[in-house]
Design a protein around this ligand. Structure first.
Ligand code: PGA
Length: 247
């Protein structure tokens, strides 16, 4: 059976100091559960102190991930952080292609593809976000959009493990969710496409993200081919996040 993965995307929230109190509380709540993995994705500065923090070091099945990485190897790219820099601080996962980066920072599939190739070289597992906007959904183009994102972002990529997070853009931070049948259909589309791209089932995980919380978790969990969740708002509080992982 595949592990279930719970990823906390803290976005631009939680300073290093605040993270310390999150970790202290989370450590008290945390019980290792078989077949469950937790990945915490703080901001870059919090990530550095987090990977050095003693609180979670001894706990099994908790990992750290970055929220972004540069599409360039190194050089004159002010403000960027490279995959090698993430590797140096032993980051194990990295989110790429989040819709906030695609829309606010104009990231293209080509840039995301370059990022994934660099992550692969550094042995960091990519968490690739895909999902349609409300417009494409209303035009009935959800599948087309996600299929294109997958084939472009994974073009000539060779990774032994990857996480695909299906996050309908209109569901992120809005309190709206896709229906279970929509999520199941999309997961099946993603699974078929991943197989077509040469990935065997053991090499990829399919997660759902977009306004996931303790109240809607169990029903979303009924979707087929679902291996976990990418959680924004509901991951900012240690008790809320733990309740989700523990459910
Ligand atoms: P949300 O964010 O849970 O707050 O909707 C999810 C995400 O953007 O990854």
């Amino acid at each position: 059976m595949k592990d279930k993965i719970y990823i906390a995307n803290w976005k631009m929230n939680i300073t290093s100091k605040e993270a310390q109190s999150f970790f202290d509380k989370f450590e008290r709540l945390y019980k290792k559960e078989e077949n469950k993995k937790v990945v915490l994705c703080p901001s870059f500065t919090t990530l550095v102190s987090s990977t050095n923090s003693q609180s979670l070091k001894n706990l099994d099945n908790i990992y750290f991930g970055a929220q972004n990485v540069s599409d360039k190897i190194s050089g004159a790219f002010t403000g960027e952080v490279s995959a090698a820099m993430l590797e140096e601080i032993e980051v194990e996962y990295c989110i790429v292609g989040h819709s906030e980066r695609r829309t606010i920072y104009n990231e293209t599939d080509q840039m995301i593809n370059d990022k994934i190739k660099l992550l692969a070289k550094s042995g960091i597992i990519p968490i690739l976000c895909v999902g349609e906007t409300l417009d494409s959904r209303e035009r009935g183009e959800s599948d087309q959009v996600v299929l294109k994102q997958l084939s472009s972002c994974l073009n000539q990529v060779a990774v032994s493990e990857i996480i695909i997070a299906y996050e309908p853009v209109w569901a992120i931070g809005t309190g709206k969710n896709a229906s279970i049948s929509d999520i199941s259909n999309m997961n099946s589309t993603i699974k078929k496409q991943m197989n077509k791209l040469g990935y065997i089932d053991d090499q990829f995980y399919i997660l759902y993200g977009g306004s996931v919380n303790i109240d809607n978790l169990s029903s979303i969990d009924e979707a087929s081919f679902l291996n976990g969740f990418l959680i924004g708002g509901a991951s900012l509080n240690p008790q809320n996040f733990w309740d989700i992982v523990d459910k």
